[in-house]
Design a protein around this ligand. Structure first.
Ligand code: ADP
Ligand code: MG
Length: 213
């Protein structure tokens, strides 16, 4: 479940964004639409607790993000939220396997090699476990990042432009894997996108249209 009320954010540089109120039932899929610059990535960063709303609040699975301290939000994010950023943030100093191990560390839970293996298998990249991220194709790296995002069976999965720079076949496959991953952990899925193919592939999804400030 995601609920926002009177959500606003102002970047120090000046851009002020105000977001429409929103109620997304647990397990539903929301498409966050809007042109470049309309605030999609900002909304995701607010929902992930990476940015702090200047006004208003986001409640995710009963947890008010405004009620958490910064450290509290970091712990909450690591345990309950899967984030597939546009820039994947995989460390090239580490193998795929060890990149996943970091997620356990961030969540403060014991490393569980078997569940990491299972996540890589579910996304069809288990045979790449000992490679470095730079030795992967873009689509493979995205699958690894998604495996990392779902390790803790998150309540919410956020994906930022997951089909950008993918051809039609890879885009469909990425959307299918996201939807499967979400339904496996009964997570609410939010996809920020300005790609028309996403709407076509997920016709039953809820949608929120953002406009440029
Ligand atoms: P989208 O993801 O829809 O393209 P963003 O959330 O990235 O939109 O950006 C929304 C608005 O906020 C844009 O006008 C953008 O220029 C501005 N913005 C984004 N990041 C920053 C930042 N770090 N500092 C100042 N302005 C920013
Ligand atoms: Mg963006």
């Amino acid at each position: 479940m995601i609920r926002t009320r009177a959500l606003r954010y102002r970047y120090p540089a000046g851009t002020a964004l105000a977001f429409p109120d929103l109620d997304v039932p647990q397990g539903a899929t929301l498409l966050l639409h809007g042109p470049s610059g309309s605030g999609k990535s900002t909304w995701l960063a607010l929902a992930a607790g990476l940015l702090t709303a200047g006004d208003g609040d986001i409640v995710i699975g009963g947890q008010s993000l405004a009620a958490l301290s910064r450290a509290g939000r970091d712990g909450w994010r690591a345990r309950h939220l899967g984030f597939l950023p546009q820039k994947l943030h995989l460390s090239d100093a580490l193998s795929v396997e060890r990149n996943l191990a970091l997620a356990f560390y961030a969540a403060g839970v014991a490393h569980d090699a078997a569940s990491a293996r299972r996540a890589l298998e579910q996304l069809g990249v288990a045979d790449l476990a000992s490679r470095r991220p730079s030795q992967l194709s873009g689509g493979q790296a995205q699958r690894v990042a998604l495996a990392r995002a779902i390790l803790m069976s998150p309540q919410v999965i956020l994906a930022d432009e997951p089909t950008a720079s993918l051809d039609d076949e890879a885009a469909l496959s990425a959307l299918r894997l996201l939807a499967q991953s979400a339904s496996r952990s009964r997570a609410t899925l939010v996809i920020a996108t300005h790609d028309r193919r996403v709407r076509q592939a997920l016709p039953a999804a809820l949608a929120l249209q953002l406009d440029r400030p």
